[in-house]
Design a protein. Structure first.
Length: 135
């Protein structure tokens, strides 16, 4: 739809409970498809509604958050871990095994929170190195 809410169109009839964590980048819409507890998979579709596909084909990958930056999808795995995967689904990489939440990316850094003993704000490079607690 347009910014003012007009001209709404349906892009897909995929059976959704809902879609969340929507990112629109380079003509693609990336999102987490929620349809019950077992299907928090990352999908993408072109902004014209064509080429719907699932990005992460790892059956145990249940994403709880995602950000798309520089050709990569960064996501938190429900149950623990921060991963990145290329926007076409290749080269899945574990960046941290932390039980993370509140994922954000800015200036080449990944920001997230974790609760090991108490809430902490953590940063690390987008390649998973240089992890630091900043609070």
């Amino acid at each position: 739809m347009k910014d003012d809410g007009s001209e709404k169109i349906m892009l897909t009839d995929l059976n959704f409970s809902y879609a969340n964590h929507v990112n629109v980048i380079d003509g693609w819409i990336y999102f987490i498809h929620y349809e019950g507890a077992q299907s928090n998979h990352i999908h993408r579709i072109r902004i014209d509604g064509s080429d719907l596909s699932r990005v992460n084909w790892f059956n145990h990958d249940r994403a709880s958050s995602l950000k798309v930056v520089g050709g990569w999808i960064y996501y938190i795995l429900r149950g623990g871990g921060i991963y990145k995967i290329q926007t076409d689904g290749r080269n899945r990489t574990l960046l941290s095994d932390s039980d993370a939440s509140n994922l954000n990316i800015a200036g080449g850094w990944i920001y997230y929170t974790t609760e090991i003993k108490q809430p902490e704000t953590v940063i690390m490079n987008t390649d998973g190195t240089g992890k630091q607690i900043i609070n």
